[in-house]
Design a protein around this ligand. Sequence first.
Ligand SMILES: O=C(O)CCC(=O)C(=O)O
Length: 205
Amino acid sequence: MIDSHKRPSLGLSVAANRLSEREVASWHCNGFLVLNEVLTTEDVALLRQAMDACGLTHEIEKATNQVMHLDLTTLHPAFLALARDQRILGHVVPLIGPDIAIEHTKLSAQPHGPGGGVRWHQDLAFYPHTNSDVLAVMVMLDDATLENGCMHMIPGSHRLGYLDHAGEDGRFSGACRDHGAWHSHPSQVAITPRAGGISIHHGHT
Ligand SMILES: O=C(O)CCC(=O)C(=O)O
C-alpha cells in the first residue's frame, strides 16, 4: 500500500513509466488495473523462499482462515527490495506521481478449502487519509483464480468516494454497509493475475 505524503519517501530515483496511455485511462475509469508478467518465475521463487525463511509458508499451510501479515518489509530484505522494485514503481508513478511512500505492506493468503474470504470494503476505510491518492499493489505468488478465492472489484466504484462501513450498531464493521448489494452487483469483475503479475487498485475501489 502506497501513499504520497504521510510517511518518509522511499528515496527512489523516478521509475520509468511502464504504463500505456490506454492503461492510465483505464485506471482513471475503473479504479484498478491487472498486469501480467511484471516479475519473473525466478523472482516469484525468491519471494517464496523468503516466505519459507520467515515461517510464513508453514503458517499458511495449516491455516483454516485468511492469513494476513503486516510489516512484511521488515521481515526479510526480499520484501523490502520488492517494494522498491522499479518494475513495480514504474506502474505506480504514472498513477500517483513520483513522491511515493509506503503506507503498509501485507501478506494476504486464502486457506486451502472453505473458510476465509474478505468482505466487500474500500481499503481507505481502514486507514483514512486526507490525501486520497492511495493505492494498493497486489503481487501474486500464485495464479489468482475464481477457484482459489480471487478478489472482485466494481469498476468505477473509486469515483463514489468514501462509503459507509458502519454496522447496525453504528461502529466500524470492516465491510460496506450495503454488503448484499455489492455482493450481487452485476458489474463485478474477477481479478485474476497470474503468478508474477500484479493488480493495482485505488483506495476507494
Ligand atoms: O486477500 C484478499 O483477497 C483481499 C485483500 C484485501 O482486500 C485487502 O487487503 O484490502
